[in-house]
Design a protein around this ligand. Sequence first.
Ligand SMILES: C[S@@+](CC[C@H](N)C(=O)[O-])C[C@H]1O[C@@H](n2cnc3c(N)ncnc32)[C@H](O)[C@@H]1O
Length: 326
Amino acid sequence: MRRSLRSYSDQKSDPAPVHVPVLLKQVIKYLLTDPGGLYVDATADGGGHSQAVLLELKQKGKLICCDRDVDALEYCKNRLKGFKEKVDFAKVNFKNLGSHLESQKINDVSGFLFDLGMSTLQLEDPERGFSYLKDGSLDMRMDLSQKKKAYDVVNFYPLEKLAEIFREYGELKRAKLLARIIVESRNKAKINTTRDLKEVLQPKLDPRNKSKALSKCFQAIRIEVNDELDELKEGINQAMEFLRPGGRLCVISYHSLEDRLVKSTFNFYSKGCICPPDFPQCVCGGKKVLKVLTKKPLVPDKEEKKENPRSRSAKLRVCEKLNFSK
Ligand SMILES: C[S@@+](CC[C@H](N)C(=O)[O-])C[C@H]1O[C@@H](n2cnc3c(N)ncnc32)[C@H](O)[C@@H]1O
């Protein structure tokens, strides 16, 4: 039977695995410009960053904790219940942040945090199917009300589409071969579990780099199941709309596809005019919407990487909204 994270957190004898918030000090330093402001944690999960933000807020300061994962949000609610009216919770996919904020009549946010990817809570739960190290159902949905699961991608996507996913989202060299081996295997019997999938892929992976290649295969399928890259772009766009001038957007990414997307979206908004350089004057009317505060992304130091190996690939980029009316 599926065991929710809430039930984990209720049982002292069998505690939930702890998600350690990544780059916490840096997030607090950059995100909080006004202790009385309104903040949105778009990926609240277990509430690690949220708790630290709440501890810094004064008087009217408020935090809205959002996540697309109901289990994670329940866990977060339980953890942060002591903060009472300083905190609100919403099951929201960050691609729909705008409509949620509008429904709450909010248009002046002092800061948004996006801490992307999966949490330890999700990764360690075999039933969620995110990890090739645990045997569980081929699920990988962050939002459990969503229909499409990893099972559907693996067992029903056409070969070409599977190859494209491995190439684009996993940056795997043997993408076509991996897709073919999946199709051959599923023609004999459906691939039901994470262990089945691992056993199908393993013989075709570079033996010197098996774990990395396996995690890339799982990453690729997870990105497809959760439509992660399109949603990230939309989420950033929506956050930019609702930030007040001087407000900040902090994004922590964990792989190069996410980081490239964050960097290019920030660059787009910080550019302003996009007329060719030989035009005597601007005709596009483009305005600079933000200033990038991190020319190079911030990364965890040696100590953090040692204490929390999951932080190894983290990159934090921060931008600030300029005085530009909506
Ligand atoms: C790395 S965890 C965040 C951990 C959190 N900052 C903490 O310190 O406890 C990422 C969370 O983002 C959520 N998430 C990923 N994509 C999302 C999306 N499009 N909309 C809302 N939440 C999303 C996941 O469900 C997961 O709970």
